[in-house]
Design a protein around this ligand. Structure first.
Ligand code: CTP
Length: 475
């Protein structure tokens, strides 16, 4: 289906000098080329996009070369011969040129067998109707929308749907099942019933997709405005169990003697939505995804109540192997999330009781620079449907936050190191490197954090001598 009326709408974007140059070249050479894919989708949705994909019936490399030559400035074109594509950057925007293709895929891999094709062939092989729209760059119909699958209607109706039979599209490239869910999450669209059923049916084909590609899609879900849409869909179509079994295992409610616990999967994705409203820090959002990951392993029914004792520590210890398996980074990001998962119950416990300065100092010491992120996570963790409870927690958290500020201003505990180090302890007490050194070091730290002694070198030194004479075994 073609829409002439769309030309006016795109006028501003189509004023782009690169497109005008391309149009002239096409005219001279009697060729056709189209803007295609994500750029067109985002133009209609008024989203920013930094990449422009151009498909030409013929050689993409040739058109890229000619276009770059005619634009001012010494533009460097990169060629990717294996894929038949060429790319250059002009004024901060990436332009990618590719010849229109007909593709077929083997069952065992995502590597397509590529043949040259028409625009229609190229649109047929794309993942979703919303990603299969083209805009002509030919002079005679410049700006015309070429929309054989009613992608424009699907954008208007907020529907995710494949251009061809979904079984064909997904079997060609199973990553597209993840992409369908990811776009639904990013755009708040629904997945069309037939497409949804096909993902359910073809879900096991995800096994041929690399972990790196899968995590890329998961990152995009986590970054989306309401990540629960993506996670819920992954659960519903059956992909979650295959790609992220630890999160899947949080689902469900068990009832014994009429006593139930909450569904920790639904709770978790609500926490991720809550945190997404307050931060764009993707790692803090991931911390929300993982905060209760230890619950299934810690679950017990004791004295007629459900407990998840030590799920914080269990969760923290589960993370390295999950990160390795899912190809999440095994660096400071892992450490950061481990810290938040390990500490995520502390502010809640604090807010339950009369808050002592010493408890606040300990939290500041343990959380360090992450204390604000920890508070953001804890606030997001409040998902009770009872309004009075939510109000109470928020009020208590506000007190905890204020106390943290006061104590930090006074005692500067964040990133603080005890005033006496191991080496000095060894020298002064004449100790070899041993467990005792750690014991004395911790005792000094605890005495300062608990407010027993003041936070100064002199006080710590005196305390050390006193402590050693009382507690260390002398031979
Ligand atoms: N495409 C596809 N199947 C895939 C990946 C991509 O059919 N598995 C097509 C779609 O037409 C898509 C275009 O290639 O619009 C460009 O892909 P890509 O740059 O990965 O995605 P975008 O749609 O531009 O969106 P985003 O940048 O958000 O990933």
């Amino acid at each position: 289906m073609k829409h002439k009326s769309e030309v006016d709408k795109f006028e501003f974007a189509l004023d782009n000098p690169v497109f005008k140059v391309i149009s002239d070249i096409l005219d001279k050479n009697k060729k056709e080329a189209y803007l295609i894919g994500g750029f067109v989708r985002d133009l209609i949705l008024k989203r920013n996009s930094k990449d422009v994909d151009i498909v030409i019936v013929g050689s993409g490399m040739e058109l890229a070369k000619q276009t770059a030559r005619q634009l001012k400035g010494n533009i460097k074109v990169s060629f990717f011969k294996n894929f038949g594509t060429a790319m250059f950057n002009y004024k901060g925007i990436e332009y990618e040129f590719v010849g229109a293709r007909k593709e077929s895929y083997s069952r065992e891999s995502r590597n397509p067998v590529v043949e040259n094709g028409s625009l229609q062939d190229d649109q047929n092989r794309r993942d979703l109707t919303i990603n299969a729209l083209g805009i002509s760059l030919k002079k005679e119909n410049y700006g015309e929308l070429i929309d054989p699958f009613n992608g424009l209607d699907d954008i208007k109706n907020k529907v995710i749907c494949t251009p061809l039979e979904p079984d064909i599209t997904f079997s060609d490239d199973p990553l597209r099942m993840m992409r369908a869910v990811r776009f639904a999450s990013q755009l708040n669209f629904n997945i069309d019933k037939k497409t949804f059923d096909s993902i359910k049916k073809n879900k096991s084909r995800i096994k041929i997709i690399t972990k790196e590609r899968i995590i890329e899609e998961l990152h995009k879900i986590v970054k989306s405005p309401k990540p629960s849409i993506g996670f819920k869909l992954l659960y519903d179509v059956g992909l979650l169990e295959l790609i992220f079994p630890e999160l899947y295992k949080l689902h469900g409610v068990e009832i014994r003697n009429g006593v139930s616990h909450k569904d920790n999967f639904l709770h978790t994705i609500l926490v991720v939505d809550n945190i997404a409203k307050n931060t764009d820090n993707i790692w803090l959002r991931w911390a929300a995804v993982f905060h209760d990951i230890g619950k299934p392993r810690s679950k017990k029914f004791v004295n007629n109540i459900w407990t998840f004792h030590a799920h914080d520590a269990i969760g923290k210890n589960m993370l390295p192997s999950i990160f390795r398996k899912m190809k999440l980074p095994l660096n400071d990001k892992l450490k950061y999330i481990q810290k938040l998962v390990a500490l995520h119950l502390r502010p809640i416990h604090l807010s339950d009781s009369d808050i002592t300065d010493s408890a606040i100092r300990r939290l500041l010491f343990d959380a360090g620079n992450e204390v604000d992120d920890l508070m953001t996570l804890c606030e997001a963790d409040i998902t009770s449907s009872k309004e009075y409870k939510v109000k109470k927690f928020f009020k208590n958290f506000a007190i905890v936050r204020q106390k943290l500020k006061d104590v930090e201003e006074r005692d500067a505990i964040r990133n603080w190191q005890p005033p006496i180090e191991g080496l000095e302890i060894m020298k002064t007490l004449n100790l070899p490197p041993s467990k005792d050194v750690g014991i004395v070091k911790d005792a000094i730290k605890d005495a300062i954090l608990d407010g027993e002694i003041e936070n100064s070198y002199q006080a710590a030194h005196k305390f050390m001598l006193n402590y050693a004479s009382k507690h260390l075994n002398k031979e």
